[in-house]
Design a protein around this ligand. Structure first.
Ligand code: SF4
Ligand code: SF4
Length: 410
């Protein structure tokens, strides 16, 4: 049935506590009224069916990713050249999404990414879960992932329903019971492009992240199928990436509602592969993000939408676009998306200003990042925060300067 304000997405009742390891060594606190999330409540789905979000500006934001109805400006960072680069970054992800349009699917965004070839009829024997896990991580990095982690399937993070963009209704989100493990891959977004947030130029970073993820996911999942096991690739569809990234030991959770990774901070895009390949599970890693976020509010201070909370984590939600029953910092997606729709491209300020967003291009960058992480995890965290301001981190780079730089880093 078509969704509307009267015909709201289905909400499940309380969901039993899973057996995932997120509680064991992370700061996610699942409360008794936890409910799995319905993807129809995702702000990008609501922008299509919910008249409170579905505005001409919101739709133009979608169209602009496909190079349609783009409103070029003379403002630095929003020119035709800036959008030209951003939309070129989207090409591979868009191709993957559009190839299934005749099946009423949006692979990678609303539906899992259909595999290229089926699994081989013959299974490569797995003598050691430890060894095959290492080989999967090696293959993931070979295909281009910056970080790879492994955890077990935890249905709490899987959507109760998917969104059908053609009929503006919900549809089942099914996962074969055979699939027991989840491989999480992360690709970093270029530091110097992220520094130009907010701008259309900066939008190239996530666009490229999605396109790279599609390539890596499809290659790695095909590697698993070629070994005779099942593997389903998932980008933004099917399940929430952030709790899976935390469970797979790749990140901690930050005030800005993002997964903060050790080596790339918040500038990482994640993808997942659900598989029945026997694998060894990683455990959540802590390196002091929550404690640092407690004394830092740079993202909340800088957010133009006032969408990021101050204070300590709570289980308060802002609207139906938030998952219920987790004590954490929760971002108001409605407020955030209104900024994106108004400016015609992503905002991303909360990524740029985060002190964990540091370059690791050179050995000096990496050495300072290591020093910052260490200091931020000690009683000197206020000094780390002060140093961040003193040294000028997080300041926006004018997009035209990025275009003018002679050095090519990539
Ligand atoms: S993307 Fe911008 S508007 Fe959205 S939460 Fe981050 S800083 Fe706020
Ligand atoms: S800007 Fe500060 S408070 Fe926000 S996520 Fe980063 S470290 Fe945490």
């Amino acid at each position: 049935m078509k969704l509307s304000i009267e015909q709201q997405p289905t909400q499940e009742g309380a969901y039993p506590q899973g057996e995932g390891n997120i509680e064991k060594n992370s700061d996610f606190e699942i409360t008794g009224d936890f409910q799995r999330f319905n993807a129809c409540n995702d702000i990008f789905a609501r922008a299509q069916w919910d008249p409170r979000i579905h505005t001409a500006k919101a739709m133009n934001w979608f169209y602009s990713m496909l190079g349609l109805k783009v409103k070029y400006k003379s403002t630095d960072g929003y020119t035709q050249k800036d959008y030209a680069l951003r939309n070129a970054g989207w090409v591979v992800a868009n191709l993957m999404m559009e190839r299934s349009a005749h099946l009423n699917r949006h692979d990678g965004f609303l539906d899992d990414i259909r595999g290229y070839m089926k699994e081989d009829g013959n299974k490569v024997p797995v003598a050691s879960e430890e060894e095959i896990s290492l080989q999967i991580k090696k293959a993931g990095k070979l295909f281009g992932a910056d970080i790879v982690g492994i955890t077990k399937i935890d249905l709490r993070w899987h959507y109760t329903h998917k969104f059908d963009a053609k009929t503006l209704s919900e549809k089942p989100n099914e996962l074969s019971e055979e699939l027991t493990n989840c491989i999480v891959i992360g690709t970093s977004m270029e530091y110097d492009v992220v520094q130009t947030y907010p701008s259309a130029l900066a939008g190239t970073a996530p666009a490229l992240g999605y396109s790279r993820d599609v390539f890596i996911l499809q290659s790695l999942s095909q590697f698993i199928r070629n070994m005779g096991y099942k593997a389903v690739s998932s980008l933004n569809d099917s399940a929430q990436a952030i709790p899976y990234a935390i469970q797979a030991g790749l990140a901690e959770y930050g005030r800005n509602g993002l997964a903060i990774t050790k080596d790339y901070g918040p500038r990482v895009r994640f993808g997942k592969i659900f598989t029945n390949l026997p694998l060894l599970h990683d455990v959540p890693q802590k390196f002091g993000v929550k404690e640092f976020c407690e004394i830092c509010s740079k993202c909340a201070d800088a957010c133009p939408a006032k969408a990021i909370p101050f204070g300590m984590p709570t289980d308060q939600t802002h609207n139906q676009s938030n998952i219920k029953g987790i004590k954490k910092w929760t971002v108001d997606g409605e407020k955030c998306f209104s900024i994106w729709a108004n400016q015609g491209t992503e905002c991303g300020i909360c990524v740029r200003v985060c002190p964990y967003n540091k370059s690791n291009d050179t050995w000096k960058d990496r050495a300072y990042f290591r020093f910052f992480r260490w200091l931020a995890s000690t009683r000197g965290k206020r000094l780390a925060l002060w140093l961040d301001d003193f040294l000028g981190f997080g300041v926006r780079k004018a997009p035209h300067l990025w275009w003018k730089e002679k050095e090519i880093k990539y």
